[in-house]
Structure formats: C-alpha cells, structure tokens
Design a binder for this molecule. Structure first.
Ligand SMILES: Cc1cc2nc3c(=O)[nH]c(=O)nc-3n(C[C@H](O)[C@H](O)[C@H](O)COP(=O)(O)O)c2cc1C
Length: 222
C-alpha cells in the first residue's frame, strides 16, 4: 500500500525535530595563524554572508577547534572557497586539528600570507575573502565570528566578463548537513530579481486560476 504524500494538492510534511538541517550550506576553509605564526586551515559549513554594508561574513566555530583560539588572538581570518577538485583536501582540513598536525604541509597546499589581514589564505583555492573580526557572539556550543570583508580575491581564470567570480568556473562544494555528503552545484535556473516578476503575468495568473478550479472540483468530489 502506498503512503499518502499529498492532500488537496499540498505535500504532507513530517516533523523530524529541532536539528541543524538546511540546504544549502557551504564547504568553506577558514585560514588562520596560531600563536607561533604557523598557518592553519579548518573546514566550516556553519557560515554565510550576514551584512551588505559593511560587507560581512560569519563562521560559527566550536571553542575546541584550534582555529577558534587563533581567531580570538589575531582577530582575523580568511574564508577560502575550494573547487570540486579539492574536495579531498577540504574534508581533510575538517577531520584533523592544527593542534596535532601541520595541515598545509601534509596536504601540500600553499599558505599565502594576506597583505591586508593577519591570516593566510589557500593559494590553490579560487575564491578568498580576507576578514577582520567585527563581532564575536557566544551562542552555545558555537561562537559566531562576524568578519568584515576587507577584500575578495579571485583567480583570474574564474572571472567572467563583468570581473565577477563565475560560480560555474569556481565549482564550489555544497555540504549536505543531514547525511554529511558533498555535492557540486546544479544547473542554472534563472536571473535573480527578475524571474519572480513572471508571477504577476497574465499567463501565470491564468494557470493559477485553472489549478484552483481543478482543486475545488476535486475537493467537492464532482
Ligand atoms: C564538512 C565539514 C564542515 C564542518 N563545519 C564546521 C563548523 O562549521 N564549525 C565547527 O566548529 N567545526 C566544523 N567542522 C569540524 C572542524 O573542521 C574540525 O573540528 C577541525 O578538525 C578543526 O580544525 P582545527 O582544530 O585545526 O581548527 C566541520 C568539518 C567538516 C568535515
């Protein structure tokens, strides 16, 4: 017997509890220096853009990470966006701690000293944000570090005609929070702040009207 998945045209939802599951989240690598100036890289998926003016980004880190102490001391970090081809190294940076190993040496990736902030970035990764700490917010298990983006650096090879990083060329990695897997990006769907205007069109509204009529007929059992 098949389970009921839709009632009156609406999907049936099931509660799966209060959990940290949402799509998409990034797979980023946070670059920092420790107290001896040793560069470190750690993977973070709890992060995003959080202000446009000043341009800011956040990452939420547990106190137990080496990176946490590094950021508290240096008040600076970099966000490094790996390409699909570096998924192995990105995962490695998220398994081992800079307390125990020199992750740059082991992975063979290159720490490049930022000239703007007291933190290194990953030379091989195509997109870098250089950040100075603006706010530190204690949430619970995680501390949220809000960094002001001092500069964005992108490989020339990933820039488009408008001098903007092209997501198709960067090939960022998405993190599947529930099943802990990595994915690439999907296909192009439409232009932002533009595709939505279609909703007001006659064609869209007509389609909506006919759908509503079918639903009403269905519900009335005629
Ligand atoms: C895909 C992925 C995402 C992760 N996201 C976070 C995160 O957002 N915050 C966090 O505290 N740890 C996160 N971790 C775990 C840290 O990367 C891990 O504890 C790492 O060893 C810390 O490195 P460090 O001690 O050198 O700073 C993540 C790990 C993986 C593999």
């Amino acid at each position: 017997m098949s389970a009921i998945t839709a009632i009156g045209g609406l999907n049936v939802k099931k509660s799966i509890g209060s959990r940290t599951i949402v799509f998409p989240t990034p797979t980023w690598v946070v670059g920092t220096y420790d107290h001896e100036g040793k560069p470190n890289a750690m993977t973070a998926a709890w992060g995003g853009i959080c202000c446009s003016k000043p341009p800011c980004v956040y990452v939420s880190l547990r106190k137990a990470t080496y990176t946490h102490g590094n950021i508290m001391r240096k008040r600076a970090f970099t966000i490094n966006v790996p390409s699909e081809k570096h998924v192995m190294e990105a995962d490695y940076f998220g398994i081992y701690s800079g307390k125990d190993v020199d992750k740059f040496s082991v992975s063979g990736l290159t720490p490049v000293q930022s000239s703007l902030v007291d933190a290194p970035y990953v030379g091989e990764f195509p997109l870098i944000l250089e950040c100075k700490v603006l706010h530190v917010i204690e949430i619970g298990l995680h501390t949220q570090f809000i960094g002001e983006i001092i500069d964005v650096k992108a490989d020339i090879s990933v820039l488009d005609a408008n001098e903007l990083p092209d997501i198709i060329k960067v090939k960022p990695i998405l993190f599947d929070t529930g099943n802990r897997r990595y994915f690439g990006i999907g296909s192009y769907l439409g232009k932002a702040f533009s595709a939505g205007k279609e909703v007001q069109s006659n064609q869209y509204q007509l389609k909506l009207l006919s759908r509503k009529t079918i639903q009403e007929v269905h519900l009335q059992g005629i």
